[in-house]
Design a protein around this ligand. Structure first.
Ligand SMILES: [Zn+2]
Length: 73
């Protein structure tokens, strides 16, 4: 573990769908970041690279929320 950055409150993030935690940004190398759950490595984390909060949000969307979103379009 190299370090963590907390995500500013101004950025909308969904809570972890497994445990409800607010995600954090972890630095995996000097250039790669992942957005991940602070509680467990087995919960969803994004691919190393750019900070991808959107990807986190998509993967932590519960099924009923996804249905609501798809109905809008
Ligand atoms: Zn979690």
């Amino acid at each position: 573990m190299k370090g963590y950055v907390s995500i500013p409150n101004s950025i909308y993030t969904k809570p972890c769908k497994y445990c409800g935690a607010r995600p954090i940004i972890a630095l995996t190398s000097h250039i790669d970041y992942v957005v991940r759950c602070p509680n467990s490595d087995t919960h969803y984390k994004t691919q190393p690279g750019l900070i991808d909060v959107e990807d986190w949000n998509i993967h932590n969307t519960l099924l009923y929320e996804r249905d609501k979103i798809s109905n809008r379009y």
